[in-house]
Design a protein around this ligand. Structure first.
Ligand code: SF4
Length: 498
């Protein structure tokens, strides 16, 4: 058994606003519909309904959960759907309308067939939903309970959690055994992740898949930086990323120096505003925390990568710590981007892509530890599990592409997580907007600070990453359910919604 979770599960391309409340329930409903199709019993189904329990029942409407369930029942998948087809699938479901189950079977459905049961918590997980299909006589054709366990991952009741499985996988269970594995084989953390990914799929698919994840992240940053207006929901939150982009571009065109720290915040706001608007988002490792990794990676891509990569040992904000190590990707042939034939620009672009792959693989190896040994779900562990985990992953990824050692990477992740311990989840109105959007910008800057501190040290430190992960797990257990994505405490009850 290994803690490793594939990058292609941890970073899935989906829709906003929530991985646990939108993407997971959509996958559950799709799985339910597909099972009916595959068993041919779909022809007997006359009506469908769904009960949303616990946190899904408490904040489901704000997170678009019923819309996601209806979209999934229709056969839409988060990875491939048009996000606009999900947004109002339940909210604007017509009175007297019918639903085309898995695109093949027309069945009766009304908005009231989604039942909200926030006070009922199933023992399997705080995010649970039961989907039922009935025949003409009112007898049950099929009924399944699913748990949306965070990051868009689902588990069907009675099934074991899915884990990466291959005899060629490098198995590790915690940060200590990951570092020992690296020492034993002389590998970086990214290289361990690369070996594991290539045990699960072709090398070429790993490289192109990581590039596709980055392209989706970058497209989301770009979309958010160029979208104005007000976000959906009763809070009427104004989008700010585009305004800040305009201000920064104006300041820079006036001859002021570049403002990387301010761009970092704008990148994070951009992603989380896209997420809140139900746009195309990459879970990283959740939707609520989706802005941190793309923001930190984009910060490196735009402000640090070329100086370090193109010049080899050039002085960057990390000074002597950035060196020729960046030019190599641990000899991982298949993960090297093509050298490019368009001159310096193409070479720089290819080198940046290699860096991003390294960033994502390092973040994957670290994120797996949080998922296996604590949680990445706000409903299970509060915001420390979502934003804290994403911040630690980003800090480790940045440290890796800045030429940090494995122990510096582990140190950076530990610093980032340590200072999120105890962070509660209390979104106002159950919307992934306040405090979530700004919180991603703050966490992105914490990730950069954590990487800077770790890179200035030699990797030795007092608190281990494993101790922090275990502390996060215990704190999550002790945390009142009021602070775990129920909107029953904190900001959610102290700020008047208007
Ligand atoms: S407060 Fe944190 S955990 Fe809760 S929805 Fe917002 S980002 Fe997610």
């Amino acid at each position: 058994m290994t803690a490793y979770v594939s990058a292609f599960d941890l970073f899935s391309i989906g829709v906003g606003p929530s991985s646990s409340h939108t993407v997971g329930p959509m996958r559950a409903a799709l799985d339910f519909a597909r099972r009916l199709s595959d068993s041919a019993s779909i022809a007997r189904v006359a009506r469908v309904g769904c009960t949303l329990y616990g946190s899904l029942g408490a904040t489901g409407i704000g997170h678009g959960t019923p819309d996601a369930v209806v979209a999934g029942l229709r056969g839409l998948a988060p990875e491939t759907c048009d996000p606009s087809a999900v947004r109002a699938a339940w909210t604007e479901f017509p009175v007297g309308g019918t639903l085309l189950l898995d695109s093949v079977q027309e069945v009766a459905f009304a908005k009231e067939d989604i039942v909200f049961a926030p006070r009922t918590r199933l023992p399997g997980h705080p995010n649970a939903l039961t989907i039922t299909a009935w025949d003409d006589a009112g007898d049950i054709v099929s009924e399944e309970t699913y748990y949306s366990v965070g990051g868009g991952f689902i588990r069907r009741d009675g099934e074991e959690a899915r884990v990466a499985a291959s005899p060629s996988l490098f198995a590790y269970t915690d940060a200590a055994s990951l570092l020992a594995l690296c020492d034993e084989h002389g590998l970086s953390i990214a290289e361990v992740a690369r070996v594991n990914e290539t045990a699960l799929r072709d090398e070429a698919d790993v490289a192109s898949g990581l590039d596709a994840i980055w392209d989706a992240m970058a497209a989301c940053v770009d979309a958010g930086l160029h979208s104005d207006g007000v976000l959906p929901g009763m809070l009427k939150v104004k989008r700010r990323a585009s305004v800040i982009r305009g201000q920064l571009e104006e300041a820079e065109s006036d001859g002021h120096r570049e403002l990387p720290g301010e761009w970092l915040g704008a990148f994070a706001l951009a992603v989380n505003e896209e997420n809140a608007a139900g746009g195309r988002v990459v879970t990283a490792p959740t939707n609520g925390a989706a802005g941190i990794l793309p923001a930190v990676a984009m910060y490196w891509w735009r402000f640090l990568a070329d100086s370090g990569l193109a010049a080899g040992n050039a002085v960057t904000p990390y000074g002597e710590l950035v060196g020729s190590a960046l030019l190599g990707f641990d000899g991982a042939r298949a993960l090297e981007a093509p050298a490019g034939d368009g001159g310096d620009q193409a070479v720089a672009e290819a080198n940046r892509r290699r860096g991003i792959r390294r960033f994502l693989l390092t973040a994957t190896a670290l994120g797996s530890l949080f998922k296996a040994n604590a949680s990445i779900s706000g409903a299970e562990g509060g915001c420390q599990a979502e934003v804290g985990s994403a911040c630690a992953m980003a800090a480790g990824g940045l440290t890796a592409v800045m030429g940090g050692t494995n122990r510096q990477i582990e140190n950076a992740a530990e610093i980032a997580m340590e200072h999120h311990l105890g962070l509660t989840c209390d979104p106002i109105g159950g919307l992934v907007q306040i405090p979530c959007i700004e919180r991603n910008a703050i966490a992105a800057s914490t990730a950069v600070t954590a990487a800077r501190l770790a890179l200035r040290g030699d990797g030795s430190h007092y608190v281990s990453l494993d101790a922090v992960v275990e502390t996060m797990r215990q704190t999550g257990i002790d945390m009142s359910t009021k602070y775990k994505e129920t909107s029953e405490g904190g900001l959610a009850v102290n700020v008047i919604e208007c």
